[in-house]
Design a protein around this ligand. Structure first.
Ligand code: TYD
Ligand code: MG
Length: 461
């Protein structure tokens, strides 16, 4: 531990706040029984060998002129798995730390084994397994047809020994599966505790920055949907990817929620097969369910995930509620926004759903975070309420404001072109999103107010 002075602090596992004293309740977020012991090192200067692109850490003496710092794009190592490279922002950045989070069984180990095997014949790689034995990893590799890949397997959970091995062999890429199994000699607390996870990850991060090795950490997601030792790890690493999928389904999505080296909200799509994960190169239409006939409550939305248009089906079920406080449930969408949209529909559309339960869902386990889902949600809810289906070849997107206005969203033309390419014939879109020349094959119903959108939908239904 490079002789740095250590002091003991207590870290909240819910919010990541530090306090000098232990307490039963976190003084920052108010959660109970979340403080755990950890030590922090006084900042030590990074060891030599740091390269341009990430050499900006502390400990380099006085200030330097910005123009004299070589901030050029570090050369990336493409894994060759396109769906993963895109989410990373073009490949692995030397010296960066990537955290891959996801539910147990979603395929984290499979993805990283495939990724390391794909680069192993070009650069040195370590696959550190703390959860499974080398035999289990070898069995999986054989199943994936990767038994011959020249990667070094290390069954180890002590972070000091993992780093010692890596300092000796200097791999370009190191996977640590999983961060929850790690422990460090510097602390007394049990492996898996927040303090251990945090300090172990910090140690690996210091190693990555100093050596130029790319470190990929696997992190399990807890029942509450957060990474164990959550915020603390997200602050520490350069990139946070989440691996998610529909329970029981074959489709898997990797999404960047933080990326110091690329855009967030890029989406990588895979299918889990009996021989591992296969990239789904053109996923724009795979999330559309194919009912025979048009059904009430279903609207196809043209979403934009990162740089890619994606057509997804928004479904709503509106039904008379037996409850005094009717239910509002949003799956794959923001629940608070649903409540807001229903209020706008009441005030500006004259449709009251106060005594109705409202459920909305995005088909295929996709999560849509953009406001472009507003108009599809409103039209789906109304379609279900009235029991009147919208035509199957209709696509919708647009943001709905509190004043009942329909606002444009980014990438309108791109969304519309993809919809036309997939055979859609009608689109209800915000005025600001309608391209001047129109879109061939697509009838555009341009709206600026919610009321106009409701009328356009009623005319089509
Ligand atoms: P795994 O990568 O072990 O998940 P994680 O590391 O996120 O816990 O993947 C486990 C699941 O994937 C398991 O249910 C089996 C399935 N699987 C396949 O369907 N095909 C395959 O080729 C492999 C290796 C796993
Ligand atoms: Mg695993």
């Amino acid at each position: 531990m490079a002789g740095a002075r250590a002091r003991t602090v207590y870290v909240c596992s819910a919010c990541g706040a530090e306090s000098p004293k232990w307490a039963g309740r976190c003084p920052e977020c108010g959660a109970w029984n979340t403080l755990g012991e950890t030590t922090v090192q006084a900042a030590a200067p990074p060891r030599g060998g740091a390269r341009a692109g990430y050499a900006g850490a502390a400990g380099r003496g006085g200030p330097v002129r910005l123009s004299e710092v070589h901030g050029g794009e570090a050369e990336r190592l493409a894994t060759g798995i396109d769906e993963l490279d895109r989410v990373l922002g073009g490949g692995l950045v030397p010296g960066s730390v990537v955290l891959l989070g996801g539910d147990p069984g979603v395929g984290k180990s499979t993805l990283l084994l495939q990724a390391t095997a794909a680069v192993a014949d070009r650069v040195g790689t370590h696959y550190v397994t703390g959860e499974e034995s080398p035999e289990q990893v070898a069995l999986r590799a054989a199943r994936l047809g990767l038994a011959g890949a020249p990667l070094a397997l290390l069954a180890e959970t002590a972070v000091e020994r993992i780093v010692a091995e890596a300092e000796r062999a200097r791999p370009a890429v190191m996977v640590v599966d999983s961060v929850q199994t790690l422990w460090t000699e510097a602390l007394q607390s049990a492996p898996g505790s927040v303090a251990q996870v945090r300090e172990s990850a910090a140690h690996l991060t210091r190693f990555a920055k100093a050596s130029g090795t790319t470190v990929l950490l696997v992190g399990h997601v807890t029942k509450e949907g957060t990474l164990a030792g959550p915020r603390v790890l997200e602050h520490m690493v350069d990139t946070v990817l989440y691996f998610e999928g529909e329970p029981g389904g074959r489709l898997r999505m990797v999404r960047a929620v933080k990326n110091r080296y690329g855009a967030v909200n890029e989406l990588g799509v895979f299918a889990m097969t009996d021989r591992g994960l296969r990239a789904v190169g053109n996923p724009s239409a795979i999330f559309l369910s194919r009912h025979g006939d048009a059904v009430p409550g279903s609207v196809v939305m043209a979403a934009l995930e990162g740089t890619r248009p994606l057509l997804v089906e928004v479904q709503a079920l509106v039904d008379r509620s037996p409850l005094a406080n009717p239910r509002r449930l949003a799956q794959g969408l923001d629940g608070a926004r649903l409540a807001m949209l229903l209020a706008v529909l009441h005030r500006h559309g004259g449709v009251a759903l106060l005594d109705q339960d409202v459920y909305v869902n995005v088909v295929g386990g996709v999560r849509v975070a953009e406001t472009a889902a507003d108009l599809p949600v409103v039209l789906a809810a109304l379609s279900s309420f009235r029991g009147r289906p919208l035509p199957r070849e209709l696509v919708v997107f647009g943001e709905v404001g509190l004043a009942g206005e329909v606002r444009p969203v980014p990438g309108g033309e791109q969304r519309l072109r993809e919809a036309a390419r997939q055979g859609f014939r009608h689109a209800i879109v915000p005025r600001g999103n309608a391209p001047k020349g129109g879109i061939e094959g697509l009838a555009l119903h341009v709206v600026t107010r919610l009321q106009e959108a409701l009328e356009a939908a009623a005319a089509l239904a």
